[in-house]
Ligand binder design. Structure first.
Ligand SMILES: Nc1nc2c(c(=O)[nH]1)N[C@H]1C(S)=C(S)[C@@H](COP(=O)(O)O)O[C@H]1N2
Ligand SMILES: [Mo]
Length: 350
């Protein structure tokens, strides 16, 4: 079981690798299978030389070593991380399997410091409404973070699933913004600047905006809306024979907890409520199961997530009607897997 590069793209340093969701059990992604997205490779940072500078609209500018940050009270929380480019290929084409269609998604137990504590240490000027987060990689990845998110549940993370962060996940320090598009969880974090307005970086003006059918572009679409996918059975797999099948998948929402997952085996004509597996945590993968007797005739499997804000994951035609097909990021439509009478499973757009 391995991470694979996005098909058709050479896995150079400025690339991505995809989590094999079809081979995972439970909600925590093992560290060696966490997806990677690097805009300019993985820097090799000696942790003792790394500093986090906090400055701008603050009472004082502070520089922290990783050891300084590890002396703060710590928290561990399980949250998903999803690139907003996850499933982007599905706007116009069909990925062959769930690793390709949904693999820019992982879920880890993250350990670190609440960002709010560190900002309070620097003394937040009341005029500070935004935060610039900057990475120490060659891309110097920079994003503007709203102050209310920074003070709510943002974390400065140094450990992941029980061990120190891996270099490809941002060692020795990364930002984690639970439920927000993965791009904003800046890895190799070296600088936080408090300001009174967004900083209008490349990643939030040219990139990470959503082109709408009327030609306008949505900006600052931070939250990852509710989404789900069946990982077994899924594209590229084959059911050996008619009979009992456990349908297994994941649901998640950047707004909070998953309230329900409905599963259809007839392309959305009728729905059954799946069993959610505990724990059901906010901004976290939730595993669901539905027992099913496959009678050997063609079937189309779908799952539909509902979160505790009442948001319902849209069918593909509804998403396309609202967003068109030129909108690269934030594709969260219902995924359809067709099972043929030979048992083979393939991606279909329904
Ligand atoms: N410094 C830095 N931070 C970064 C990136 C990067 O290239 N450089 N990639 C971003 C993107 S686009 C995503 S989706 C997530 C991916 O995190 P992961 O590689 O740990 O899965 O990190 C974000 N943080
Ligand atoms: Mo991303």
């Amino acid at each position: 079981m391995v991470r694979v590069p996005i098909p058709g793209r050479v896995n150079t340093t400025t690339a991505a690798s995809l989590t094999p969701l079809q081979r995972l059990y439970g909600i925590v992604t093992p560290n060696g299978l966490v997806f990677e997205r690097h805009h300019a490779g993985v820097p090799d940072i000696p942790p003792e030389e790394h500093r986090l500078l906090v400055h701008g609209l603050a009472a004082r500018a502070l520089s922290f070593t990783v050891n300084d940050l590890m002396r703060f009270p710590s928290v561990s929380r399980i949250h998903f991380l999803e690139c907003s480019g996850n499933s982007a290929g599905e706007w116009k084409a069909k990925g062959s399997n769930v690793q390709v269609t949904h693999g820019l998604l992982s879920c880890c137990e993250w350990t670190g410091v609440q960002l709010a504590l560190v900002l309070q240490e620097a003394g937040i000027d009341p005029r500070a409404k935004w935060l610039l987060a900057e990475g120490a990689d060659a891309a110097a990845m920079t994003r503007s973070i709203p102050m209310d998110k920074a003070l709510d549940d943002a974390l400065l993370v140094y450990a992941q699933n029980g061990e120190m962060l891996r270099p490809e996940q941002g060692y020795p320090l990364r930002l984690l913004l639970p439920g927000f598009e993965g791009n904003m969880s800046v890895k190799w974090l070296r600088r936080l600047k408090l300001g009174d307005a967004p900083f209008m970086t490349r990643e939030e003006t040219s990139k990470y905006t959503d082109l709408m059918p009327d030609g306008s572009a949505r900006q600052f679409t931070f939250v990852m809306e509710a989404k789900s996918v069946i990982v077994r059975p899924s594209g590229g797999q084959a059911l050996p024979r008619p009979g009992f099948v456990e349908i297994y998948g994941y649901a998640w929402s950047g707004r909070g907890r998953i309230r329900a997952v409905d599963v259809s085996v007839d392309g959305g004509q009728s729905w059954s409520e799946a069993r959610l597996e505990e724990p059901v945590l906010p901004k976290c993968l939730t595993a669901f199961r539905l027992p099913w007797q496959w009678d050997g005739s063609p079937a189309v499997l779908q799952s539909r997530a509902v979160d505790d804000s009442g948001y319902v994951q849209p069918p593909r035609p509804v998403l396309l009607a609202a967003r068109g097909v030129e909108s690269y990021y934030h594709y969260n439509a219902i995924q359809s897997w067709r099972i043929g009478s030979d048992g083979r499973v393939e991606n279909v757009h329904a």
